[in-house]
Write a protein that binds this ligand. Structure first.
Ligand SMILES: Cc1cc2nc3c(=O)[nH]c(=O)nc-3n(C[C@H](O)[C@H](O)[C@H](O)COP(=O)(O)OP(=O)(O)OC[C@H]3O[C@@H](n4cnc5c(N)ncnc54)[C@H](O)[C@@H]3O)c2cc1C
Length: 487
């Protein structure tokens, strides 16, 4: 029997995971990418002796990466290592209270009790609840296609369906957490997890509390060489497995014949394939790569997740008050999200600062730090981003300086900036959204584009804009689901 050929458009994490898994099923796999390297939104940026990750920073569920290596009978440790962070994140509240979240449950409960007077039982109940939600949802929502009946016809899934009342579909995250915790700061801290997939805690269902589960129950991790190492390690494995990569090459169109994907068009040349997988944002895929195909407008026009303004700052000093991951909260979280809903940038937006150089040598010159300073803001609907970036820079510097007790501006010796406009331009994410459609609707998971086409045979989709969603672990799972469906 002849070996079937798969073409994958895009070497982002979804495309890479699909490539490895399809190769293991004995397909010939060729991956095309417009860029000169793998990784898409997890690539690295270097400037003036500093190195930053373009996007993703906190690593959770690293065993999803390991799975790819084990599948190929390789030892992940021969390719990379990662370590558990403790503390995981340092939180700064507007009244100057600070709090650290910890890998150990005892330390975590103690910190909330000591700093916020939050009863330990409340945190314990929360941890139990997110554990329950994760156990009942992972195998359905993360590891399988929601649009295939086969997903539902097994004992484990049926058992989970009977437990659906426990997963919090009928309250918002804010409502549930407000009832659960005593201290406003605890509520704000745990509501923050809605932003991990670009959603609004005042609208997203309480089920989304599950986002915190991997971080609190298994740990927050950091790759020894930073997040770009994930795609670089998978790329090395892919080459060893015989997967072919063609870089600096833009796929112009997916070629369709008799409602079947039969190849791709590059520079007016058709390259045949038995199966095509698009790892490109699904909106872009339909509008540019499938120009003559009927578009599933109800899916493509869903509300977008948030975008970000990110300052990649090279700092000429080490700041001892900061940890690897830091959050400086806004005083009024409800107002912050009300502004995002209106398409506006909030003046007191919550700031996230990630400093990989605190644990990874080489990411900043000696005695200096690489700051990745981000605020979550609305997606691109044509706002004046140049002005917004200038306003944001001033507001962020003033707020950070206040928390650290010194003016940070003189220490910024290098700057690179991303805004919704540049994120959209450079990553093709529709409207600059970081995670594709938002998860503000309780049916969102079912409304994301499936990993296959309903109308075109042999066409599949992987990556953050389709099921199961954005974020490193979920994109890796999209590749698994594609490979299972192809089979
Ligand atoms: C600023 C930011 C912060 C983030 N923070 C986190 C975080 O902390 N934790 C987390 O888990 N996730 C985070 N994410 C999300 C995460 O990085 C993404 O969900 C994930 O990396 C997307 O992977 P993907 O498979 O969708 O592919 P993408 O990364 O979107 O890659 C798609 C690839 O397709 C290529 N391509 C596009 N068009 C074509 C074409 N026509 N022909 C050939 N190739 C093409 C592109 O060059 C690209 O390499 C963040 C994202 C951003 C942008």
């Amino acid at each position: 029997m002849s070996i079937k050929k798969v073409i994958i458009i895009g070497a982002g994490l979804g495309g890479l995971a699909a490539a490895i898994r399809l190769r293991e099923k004995n397909y010939q796999v060729v991956v095309y990418d417009t860029s000169h390297t793998v990784g898409g939104k997890t690539k690295s940026i270097s400037q003036d002796g500093f190195t930053w990750g373009f996007g993703a920073s906190l690593l959770t569920l690293p065993h999803y990466i390991d799975e790819l290596f084990l599948l190929c009978n390789k030892n992940p440790k021969d390719y990379y290592s990662y370590k558990k962070l403790d503390p995981v994140c340092k939180y700064f509240f507007s009244d100057s209270t600070t709090l650290e979240t910890h890998a150990s449950k005892e330390k975590l409960l103690e910190e909330f009790h000591y700093k916020l007077n939050e009863p330990k039982k409340n945190i314990e109940n929360y941890l139990d609840n997110i554990d329950t939600i994760f156990k009942h949802t992972e195998h359905i929502f993360l590891r399988a296609s929601l649009q295939k009946w086969a997903t539902y016809f097994n004992l484990k899934t049926l058992k989970s369906i009977f437990n659906l009342w426990k997963i919090g579909l009928f309250n918002t995250m804010f409502q549930k957490n407000s009832k659960r915790f005593l201290n406003e700061k605890t509520i704000q801290l745990f509501n923050r997890y809605a932003t991990y997939n670009g959603s609004n805690p005042y609208r997203t269902p309480a089920t989304m509390n599950v986002i915190a589960a991997p971080e609190y129950l298994q740990g927050g991790f950091i790759m020894e060489k930073g997040m770009p190492q994930v795609s670089q390690a998978i790329y090395k494995l892919a080459l060893e497995e015989g997967i072919e990569f063609v870089f600096d090459t833009k796929v112009d169109e997916i070629f369709i014949s008799n409602n079947k994907a039969t190849g791709v068009k590059i520079n007016n040349k058709i390259i045949d394939a038995d199966i095509v997988v698009s790892n490109v944002d699904v909106h872009f895929t339909y509008h540019h790569l499938l120009p003559n195909t009927k578009k599933p407008e109800h899916i493509l026009n869903q509300e977008r997740s948030t975008s970000a303004i990110i300052f990649y700052w090279g700092m000429s000093k080490v700041f001892d008050k900061l940890d690897v991951h830091n959050i400086m909260f806004s005083e009024n979280y409800a107002q912050e999200f009300a502004h995002i809903e209106k398409g506006e940038v909030y003046a007191d937006a919550t700031i996230y600062i990630f400093i990989s150089s605190k644990t990874i040598s080489g990411h900043a010159p000696q005695g200096m730090e690489n700051w990745f300073a981000l605020v979550n803001i609305p997606h691109n609907t044509g706002q004046d981003w140049k002005t917004q970036v200038d306003i944001c820079r001033k507001q962020m510097q003033s707020k950070i300086s206040k928390h650290l007790g010194e003016d940070i501006a003189p220490y910024i010796i290098s700057e690179y900036v991303n805004s919704p406009e540049t994120i959209e331009r450079d990553t093709l994410s529709f409207a600059g959204s970081l995670y594709g459609p938002s998860s503000n609707n309780k049916m969102s998971a079912f409304m994301r584009h499936p990993n296959f086409s309903n109308d075109i045979k042999n066409l599949y989709f992987a990556g953050g804009s389709v099921h199961p969603g954005g974020g490193v672990p979920l994109c890796l799972m999209s590749g698994k689901i594609v490979a299972d469906l192809v089979e």
